[in-house]
Design a protein around this ligand. Structure first.
Ligand SMILES: [Mg+2]
Length: 175
């Protein structure tokens, strides 16, 4: 059988895997609100969730999510080959591929996502704190960075849109 890509299946699998790994989209929306509320006090949860959905609709984002979660799951089941198994299982500090993979998500709305990603990775609010709490069973070495990256990208999208709205308004005011 020849390989044919089914985009709908990939999108659906991404949503399902995020849920299966215990991440609620609303929690990602809360991260976006946390990142943007000082800049846009009027920003609503609905706008944040809409932005998260737009990020999640992108193929490169879906690919990164599926890849990262797959590695977390295999590490959890002890099915990776050494030494990678131990590195991912123990979230080894010098293993940085989790962050690098997440950059393909951060990038989708331009480089301003990097600042948000770095900030949220350091402060670990909400769901990120939970994903980072090691219980010796659930492995979220990739997922914590992925979730932070989705929030960072969704925040960048909001920043770009707000700027565009502002410029349109200025244009109207000038006319
Ligand atoms: Mg990580």
């Amino acid at each position: 059988m020849t390989y044919s890509l089914n985009s709908r299946k990939v999108a659906k699998a991404t949503e399902e895997w995020l849920a299966k790994r215990g991440v609620d989209k609303r929690e990602i929306g809360e991260l976006v609100l946390f990142l943007q509320k000082d800049y846009y006090p009027e920003l609503t949860m609905e706008e944040c969730l809409e932005s998260v959905d737009r990020v999640l609709s992108k193929r490169e984002v879906q690919n990164a999510i599926l890849t990262g979660i797959q590695l977390d799951v295999l590490a959890e089941e002890g099915r990776l080959l050494p030494p990678l198994q131990d590195m991912i299982f123990n979230d080894e500090g010098l293993y940085g591929c989790d962050e690098v993979l997440s950059l393909s998500i951060v990038n989708v709305y331009g480089s301003i996502g990097y600042t948000n990603f770095g900030y949220i990775d350091k402060s670990k609010p909400g769901v990120l704190k939970r994903l980072n709490t090691k219980n010796g069973k659930d492995i979220h070495t990739f997922l914590d960075d992925i979730v932070g990256a989705i929030a960072a990208a969704a925040s960048s999208r909001i920043a770009h849109r707000k700027q565009a709205e502002k410029e349109t308004q200025e244009h109207i005011d000038e006319a």
